[in-house]
Design a protein around this ligand. Sequence first.
Ligand SMILES: Cc1cc2nc3c(=O)[nH]c(=O)nc-3n(C[C@H](O)[C@H](O)[C@H](O)COP(=O)(O)OP(=O)(O)OC[C@H]3O[C@@H](n4cnc5c(N)ncnc54)[C@H](O)[C@@H]3O)c2cc1C
Length: 424
Amino acid sequence: MSISRRQLISGSASFAGVMMFGAPAVLGQGKPRVVVIGGGAGGVTAAKYIAKDSAGTISVTLVEPLAKYQTCFHSNLYLGGVRDYPSITHGYGAVKKHGVTIVADRATKIDRDKKEVILASGKKLPYDRLVVSPGIDLKYDSVPGWSQAAEEKMPHAWKPGAQTLLLKKRLDAVPNGGVIVMIAPPNPYRCPPGPYERVSMMAHALKKAKKDRSKIIIIDPKDTFSKQGLFQEGWEKHYKGMVEWLGPKVHDGLKSVDPKTNTVVTGFETYKNAALVNVIPAQMAGSIARDAGLANATGYCAIDPTNMKSATDSNIYILGDACIAGDMPKSAFSANSQAKVAAMMIRGELVSARTFPARYTNTCWSMIDTDDTVKIGGAYEPKDGKIAAASTFVSKTGEDAELRKQTQAENMGWYAGITADMFA
Ligand SMILES: Cc1cc2nc3c(=O)[nH]c(=O)nc-3n(C[C@H](O)[C@H](O)[C@H](O)COP(=O)(O)OP(=O)(O)OC[C@H]3O[C@@H](n4cnc5c(N)ncnc54)[C@H](O)[C@@H]3O)c2cc1C
């Protein structure tokens, strides 16, 4: 069989498509094409690793409307005055150097039959494999009386950017003796220990500003929460009398909120004129995934735990908060770990790269006070149709101060490491 020079240059011959650059498995075209929706912890990691490790043999396009990514992770440390805002803000410049084409646009539709992503601009991006990592959407109707319009008055700050800045501004304006009410979310939600680390960092900021007559009341729909014993021990130690956690048996249900008067009504008590109400509502996968029929009745997307492929479309991989990851929590660490599995499997499918059985890891650190940080985590593998915990660990109550200080150093090291892994 002979191949013309023109065919080789254009990549139009299927034989050339197979043989050039180490045997792409997608026939009848030049380079195989991967489109990634969402430049967060899952998406940017997948895009970078597919491009970097395939050394130009796969065309990788990342669709992300925001020019800068503000991390939700460590946004609580920003609230606490431990980090500044520029240090949790990252750009995509270096990702381009790995060969990723960045398209600053929003994906509005996935045409699964034609294997195309349609953008807000109207442009269409064909794909051989699609990675979907859009994070979460908030269920604005899950808290009676609250709405998208009310998020300016009662911020959630569960998506980063303007909301994080607003919550910080409002926190700094709380007077000594002011009451903060946090509405905690039901499971499953982004970052299980996040609300309670936030409470810790809010109390830290209040105490530092000598506003220790202020109080934070948590109205929680859950009977228990992540690292509960560790947080409650820490609140008692560092913020005595400042934090009150109320489970559903005590508050008897959240009845309504009124953004006009900053009022929160539960079955047990009415909190009028709160200095700040932080509503963290129920959540679901980002709309682009739901609208494409990738989510099930839970609002999240089922995946094959051996490779992170969508359970409903074998050309699509779903990462991070949008997917149902079994025992793994919805965290940036998890999304980054899942992205590396997906990147390897995609290279295996498209350019016959070697693959290994999927293995995942996660650790979530939570800062309670200066030099007092705790962690929870585990190693995970596919088992019985889900991502199952193979081993887990969690900090213990009563640990000595030196260990907690080391755990905080690990936390800062992890942040530097994961953000470099995503953006450098
Ligand atoms: C307060 C708080 C603290 C946290 N702390 C930690 C922590 O300490 N450790 C940890 O590991 N995790 C933490 N997390 C969780 C972590 O932020 C998320 O789990 C992680 O960001 C999930 O990654 P993702 O890729 O799924 O989504 P994201 O990181 O949210 O990225 C999604 C991206 O997709 C884009 N997007 C959405 N829709 C579209 C579309 N239609 N077209 C194109 N782009 C789109 C968005 O703009 C966004 O940039 C925390 C979260 C919160 C809220």
